[in-house]
Design a protein around this ligand. Structure first.
Ligand code: NDP
Length: 342
């Protein structure tokens, strides 16, 4: 089997030197374990955090350890009555061609229902994150206005589509004209602004104000930085901010360049929260998987019927995972970033 390990910790943006492709022998399933041949693996922004040796909600990947990832593939051996060879399973197999895990850590995936790649994106952790964060902490109401950045990614595109289905005005922010077109034409956003087209947070704010004539009631936070600075002064009283991610700062090791903006100094943000009575909720989706069955019951039929759209960006070959990952962190992905392992 092959796997990609963390060769060294990045200083700022990851580089190819931080990863190493290795060969290893295929593990044999112990009692209660299942061996899976991975077909597709997921690349997600959180993996950047696992590369740092910093205290966080999850332990870092050790140097020399296999990079962490959710993946889906075919069961090729099983020592558990819960899985038979030939069935498909999702699990945290890592950046690897094979993985062996206890059956209770796996989720069965039915290839007859939908393509198995959906278990990594629209009907996997990211889609669930968008649905849960918006409905639980965004408390969306018909007639309100929602803003979300990284609008064409698996989280943002779910947020926008759920918001539309609940009768909100949904304004996306994305990097580039093609992504903005995708947000409006495929995901049904009412409008989408290209954050790269605005030099300053003030310019972006002006354009956003025009698209949000009644202010912003829900800002689903995915990116921080310039977008956060643009949005904050436009928030309505009693608006909600589910804090899901802050990708523009993941490589910064601190508040980063955007922190120079006067609207995202800590006093400016705290003042906005105070004087507008904002509800701000951070959350980590791994603490909420008790709600996953409810998500699947509500959303899977809508994906199957086409009511909820999804777009996937599939890189070929495990050896190309580092390049696809580095590109995704900079916005190079068009839709959910996946790697086809076989
Ligand atoms: P995406 O597939 O959307 O990929 C990340 C996107 O972030 C890029 O494509 C790019 O989109 C955008 N981006 C990168 N740098 C910047 C920047 N400087 N300013 C603005 N946008 C930028 O990712 P996901 O949908 O998987 O994840 C979205 C967010 O949700 C991330 O912050 C992630 O960490 C978070 N998340 C949090 C979870 C939780 O439990 N709290 C669980 C899952 C995800 P564009 O080109 O459009 O700008």
């Amino acid at each position: 089997m092959q796997r990609i390990v963390l060769a060294s910790r990045p200083d700022g943006a990851p580089t190819a030197d931080n990863f190493r492709l290795e060969s290893a022998s295929i593990p044999q399933p112990a009692d209660g374990e299942v061996l899976v041949r991975v077909h597709y693996m997921s690349l997600d922004p959180y993996m950047r955090g696992r590369m740092d040796d910093a205290k966080s909600y999850a332990a870092p990947v050790p140097v020399g350890g296999t990079m962490e990832a959710g993946a889906v593939g075919e069961v090729i051996a099983s020592n558990s009555p819960a899985f038979k060879p030939g069935e498909y399973a999702f699990g945290m197999f890592g950046w690897a061609t094979h993985g062996c895990l206890k059956a209770n850590l796996l989720r069965k995936v039915d290839p007859a229902q939908l393509p198995i790649t959906t278990s990594l994106g629209v009907l996997g952790m990211p889609g669930f994150t968008g649905w849960f964060g918006l409905t639980e902490f965004g408390r969306p109401k018909a007639g309100e206005t929602l803003v979300v950045a990284a609008a064409t990614g698996p989280v943002g595109s779910m947020v926008g589509q759920v918001a539309k289905s609940l009768g909100l005005r949904a304004v996306g922010i994305a990097g580039g004209g093609d992504k903005c077109k995708l947000a409006v034409e495929t995901f049904g956003f009412d409008a989408c602004l290209d954050h790269r087209a605005y030099a300053t947070a003030g310019d972006l704010r002006e354009a956003l104000a025009a698209e949000c004539p009644r202010g912003i009631d829900v800002y689903y936070e995915n990116v921080g930085g310039k977008v956060l600075a643009a949005v904050m002064p436009l928030m309505n009283p009693h608006a909600r901010i589910p804090i899901c991610g802050m990708i523009s700062w993941y490589n910064a090791g601190g508040l980063g360049a955007g922190a120079a903006d006067a609207d995202i100094t800590a006093p400016a943000i705290w003042r906005n929260i105070l004087v507008k009575f904002l509800s701000v909720n951070g959350f980590i989706i791994s603490n909420h998987f008790d709600r996953f069955p409810q998500f699947m019951t509500q959303v899977a039929p809508k994906v199957a019927s086409g009511e909820i759209a999804y777009v996937e960006d599939i890189a070929e070959g495990l050896e190309n995972a580092p390049a696809a990952f580095m590109s995704m962190l900079k916005g190079g992905n068009m839709g959910k970033q996946i790697v086809k392992v076989i």
